[in-house]
Design a protein around this ligand. Structure first.
Ligand code: AAO
Length: 517
């Protein structure tokens, strides 16, 4: 009896770390600002057939419409109510998306903005995505409803009421993040309203949540909310499945709050991952004053100061740091530097560390002034009536209308498949030249080689793979019984000859057992 109780408690406490992906799937993609109907179609026509396990979607709840600047992407981080009603679509469209994606084995993860409501000082009105009213002077959001009793102001001790110093944990949790009205999460009433919202989403069929601004909530308050959550919908998930929780905590070190305070609640976004990997791929100076090189990646993971792998949600860039918001700094690689970016994403997907998220962006016109992009606010491609543009698909399977669709780039899509095959296989046969030529395998299912040096690479390496002819899935892929790109021959002893010129379009090669002729 006692044993059963202990097991039950462990079950409840640990299940929210599991990604809740379908069998054999390992990665999710953030379809930033996409419309629900486009995501539904993408699940069916592309994500399911190519092994993607899930989608992180933009906040689905009603938000403040911001007119100055005009409809920035960040207005979606200013809630007005928990009605499912946003630029991505209405509740009917959201339900349809969740159902259609789940039906093809692609799960939905919601970006949950629960730390705050909209910015202060917006006055009163109903300029919100569903027309619900608000009054920031009275601190009233009738569509929830929240009143002046539900905000934190009394606890915050800074002059401005905003967070002024990130080394003071009390400020970070009790004051306003960039003047956003901070909810009093210790209140049972507030916790209940948030749990009701998340439970509605769970009942519709979502598989988990990104917890926005988790660093700005006391871990105990957040845990109390998570404990109120239902198990996942049994139409698609096994009985008793807990929602995946991944908390946005930016911890690059040196502040008053550490990501480890949140290990007990769920996974955490590991911001050091993209910042450090960016430095390595760019060959910039690292923590010890010398230039980073790929050879150092031999012990990539916890030895680099990253959090435990089973707690980490990892990514090369996210919607904030690809445009200078949030944490990470200038080393972050994005689609704008596509050659280096593909190498970084390729490395991430080949390496066993962490639970991986691929970014999928929209293009905007950057205008740099003193190193800062003046257009860092620009929202998704939109029509004249301000509604978000459809994602169109070109003949070559790339996207139109300003959508970048990094997840459809052959090199990235094929590495998502590589990771699915490699999922539990150990990292084996590491090789490096002491500089920026490195290679490693995953068990006997896949092998990858990088040449990020300025000179050619030509070498025979132990792959760990069975003998045969393999298609490189970076320069091409296997189609029918031919390779559209390079062919690699693995000999009976597992060795294969690799050649990568420093001028190659993509200076890396990857092979796996499903790309064997
Ligand atoms: C907008 C306007 C504001 C206005 C506000 C209210 O831009 O001027 O005051 O409305 O009217 C997004 C946008 C915001 C936007 C907001 C609401 O990014 O610009 O404000 O929507 O519309 C902190 C938080 C983190 C947060 C990040 C942006 O800790 O949670 O700021 N990310 C999430 C979302 C994000 C969203 C929100 C939260 C709000 O992903 O999209 O904001 O819902 C340090 C700290 C970090 C801190 C950063 C940013 O990081 O560690 O915790 O993130 O500063 O200030 C080096 C350091 C690193 C440091 C970093 C700073 O890398 O090592 O530690 O520099 O860049």
């Amino acid at each position: 009896m006692e044993m059963l109780l202990i097991l039950a408690v462990i079950g409840v406490c640990t299940a929210q770390f599991s990604p809740n992906l379908g069998f054999g799937k390992t990665s999710i993609v953030h379809l930033f600002e996409w419309r629900w109907e486009d995501i539904a179609a993408e699940c069916e026509r592309y994500l399911a057939p190519n092994g993607f396990g899930g989608v992180q979607v933009s906040p689905p709840n009603e938000n403040k419409i911001i007119t100055n600047p005009s409809r920035p992407w960040w207005e979606r981080y200013q809630p007005i109510s928990y009605k499912i009603c946003s630029r991505s679509g209405d509740e009917q469209q959201f339900r349809d998306m969740v159902t259609r994606c789940n039906n093809v084995g692609v799960h939905i993860y919601v970006d949950a903005v629960i730390n705050h409501m909209c910015g202060e000082g917006l006055g009163k009105g109903n300029l919100s995505t569903c027309g619900s009213s608000y009054d920031t002077d009275e601190k009233s959001f009738p569509a929830v409803p929240y009143s002046y009793l539900d905000f934190n102001d009394k606890k915050c001790t800074t002059q401005s009421g905003n967070i002024e110093n990130y080394s003071d944990a009390h400020q970070v949790r009790d004051c306003r993040l960039v003047s956003l009205m901070d909810l009093a999460l210790e209140k049972e009433y507030v916790r209940g309203k948030i749990a009701d919202y998340l439970n509605e989403l769970i009942d519709i069929g979502v598989a988990g949540f990104r917890i926005d601004a988790a660093k700005h909530m006391w871990p105990g308050d957040l845990l109390a909310i998570i404990r109120k959550l239902n198990n996942l919908n049994t139409s698609w998930f096994p009985n008793g499945t807990r929602p995946l929780i991944f908390q946005e905590v930016i911890d690059l070190g040196g502040e008053g709050i550490s990501a480890s305070e949140y290990y007990g609640i769920g996974r955490i976004t590991e911001f050091k991952y993209g910042a450090k990997l960016g430095k390595v791929i760019r060959k910039w100076e690292g923590s010890y004053g010398s230039r980073e090189k790929m050879a150092y990646l031999k012990n990539w993971g916890e030895s680099w100061g990253l959090m435990p792998s089973d707690r980490a949600l990892v990514f090369v860039d996210n919607h904030d740091n690809q445009r200078g918001h949030g944490g990470g700094g200038s080393s972050i690689l994005t689609f704008w530097e596509s050659r280096l970016y593909k190498m970084a994403v390729g490395f991430m997907l080949a390496h066993p560390y962490g639970f991986t998220r691929v970014m999928s962006s929209f293009r905007w016109t950057r205008i740099f002034e003193n190193g800062k992009d003046k257009n860092d606010w620009v929202g998704p491609p939109s029509y004249l009536n301000e509604s978000t543009m459809a994602v169109t698909i070109n003949e070559d399977s790339t996207c139109g209308n300003g959508w970048v669709c990094e997840h459809r780039w052959r090199q990235i899509k094929n590495m998502v498949i590589f990771r699915n095959l490699a999922r539990d296989q150990p990292l084996l046969n590491w090789w490096d030249n002491g500089e920026n030529q490195v290679a490693f395998g995953r068990g006997s299912v896949g092998f990858i080689v990088f040449n990020n040096d300025d000179w050619s690479f030509h070498k025979s390496l132990q792959t760990g793979l069975p003998a045969g002819i393999y298609c490189d899935v970076i320069s091409g892929q296997k189609e029918g019984n031919t390779c559209t790109g390079e062919r690699i021959e693995v000999n009976g002893d597992g060795f294969a000859q690799f050649s990568i010129k420093s001028s190659d379009e993509d200076p890396f090669v990857a092979i796996h057992i499903n790309a064997k002729l």
